[in-house]
Design a protein around this ligand. Structure first.
Ligand code: UTP
Length: 406
């Protein structure tokens, strides 16, 4: 693309400021900026003017609760272990986020939560998986999604630490795509005079990114039937949990999500339910007072189980929906950028929007989704913030409670 076409295109989309520093750039930087402009998807950034219109009809779904799971644990576990031994399960760790709330410099998984020794988030996730590898006597393919910016740091961290004892032949890194970030008026931010501000496109595109990276063939060659996809930040979650997989298979569900009992009805978590008969996660702000206080036949709150970003999805359905356009979410974030004078600014509070698709929206395309209850104190210790709720400190306290030495 040449300068004149770029000008025309940007003018058409009201983004001409992107060329503001063009004359100050070297020839190479100019060419780089022109090719960034050429590959911009304006439909994404313009979507923030559109609104969703589909009528919703949200209904609660009963979770498979702790007491039932305990009663059937042996049977579920045996079924899950058999499936793992047959090579049916692979794992996808979502580590492409930017962790802006935590404000840690580097991939979130490289954070050390130890106090007297090194204990990294990635290490904990690998160690949890090694428990199942040992129990089943089977290596499980472990895919790790990063973004463009943290790929090298993530891959070299694993290498430096000898993959924390995991078999490197079973660890596969891949990158997700990036999209531009905008200010509150929809104007694209620049990160440097010749660099458009790009951020990861959310965690919803993980399966298509996995396939674009060439791993569809490996999934097919290894006859993988299910994928357990999970976030990087919950340091206590059980991964490749045979009881969870076995419960989905035994109870005849297409997919499943690990949920925890809400601490109180107003807690700000998404709840697994149905919308127009399809699995759906209702966000806390979509729940009316009436729904929030609705009781089920046992007198418990009907919308009582929050999702934890740990799902099992069937590969055949994932392949079917691979090219489906997922709903786009507009998320307010703190976006480092240069101002009109070209000065670099790192804001400590939100200053614009990023565009993301979300893994949780995938469940709408599954025929059924089992809400599988896990004990909050034993399996839910997310690290989202530097201090306060869901912080390093709260996660450390829960790790200690569960017998870890920090
Ligand atoms: P979060 O919603 O917590 O987002 O991601 P984040 O970017 O990590 O953190 P904040 O909101 O900026 O503070 C939940 C999970 O999804 C992954 C994250 O790495 C985390 O495991 N994720 C998020 C991606 O893999 N890609 C993305 O584009 C966004």
């Amino acid at each position: 693309m040449d300068y004149n076409s770029a000008t025309r295109l940007l003018k058409e989309h009201n983004q001409l400021h992107v060329l503001k520093f063009y004359d100050t750039l070297s020839k190479e930087e100019q060419n780089s900026l022109l090719s960034q402009i050429e590959s911009l998807d304006f439909s994404i950034i313009e979507s923030y003017n559109k609104h969703k219109s589909e009528e919703s009809n949200i209904r609660p779904v009963s979770a498979l609760q702790l007491n039932t799971i305990e009663q059937n644990k042996k049977q579920y576990e045996e079924r899950g272990i058999k499936a793992i031994q047959a090579g049916d399960l692979a794992l996808v760790l979502l580590a492409g986020g930017q962790g802006t709330r935590l404000g840690f410099d580097g991939p979130k998984g490289t954070l050390n939560v130890g106090r007297t020794k090194e204990l990294y988030i990635f290490q904990l996730l690998i160690e949890h998986t090694l428990d199942v590898v040992e129990q089943s006597g089977t290596w499980i393919h472990f895919y790790i999604m990063t973004n463009d910016k943290n790929y090298d740091a993530t891959a070299s961290f694993f290498k430096e630490h000898n993959y924390f004892g995991y078999n490197p032949d079973y660890i596969h890194f891949f990158k997700q795509e990036m999209v531009p970030s905008v200010d509150y008026n929809g104007k694209i931010y620049l990160e440097a005079p010749g660099q458009i501000c790009l951020s990861p496109n959310g965690n919803g595109g993980w399966f298509s990114s996995l396939c674009k990276a060439g791993y569809l063939q490996l999934l097919l060659d290894t006859n993988t039937k299910y994928i357990n996809v999970f976030s990087v930040d919950n340091v206590l979650q059980r991964i490749a949990d045979p009881v969870f997989l076995g419960a989905i298979l035994t109870e005849g569900y297409a997919s499943g999500g690990k949920v925890v009992k809400k601490a109180y009805p107003e807690e700000k978590v998404g709840v697994l339910c149905t919308n127009n008969g399809k699995p759906y996660i209702v966000e806390y702000y979509e729940l009316s007072d009436e729904m929030r206080n609705e009781l089920d036949e046992n007198g418990d709150y009907a919308y009582n189980y929050g999702v934890t970003l740990n799902y099992i999805f069937p590969v055949d359905l994932l392949m079917k929906i691979m090219n489906t356009e997922m709903p786009l979410h507009i998320v307010e974030k703190a976006i480092p950028h240069i101002d009109e004078e070209g000065t670099f600014i790192k804001p400590d509070k939100p200053n614009g929007y990023k565009f993301e698709t979300l893994a949780l929206d995938m469940i709408a395309y599954m025929n059924t989704c089992l809400p599988f209850e896990v004990e909050r104190e034993k399996e839910f210790a997310p690290i989202k913030n530097a201090t306060g709720t869901d912080s390093i400190e709260t996660a450390q306290a829960l790790l200690i409670k569960n017998g870890y030495t920090l």
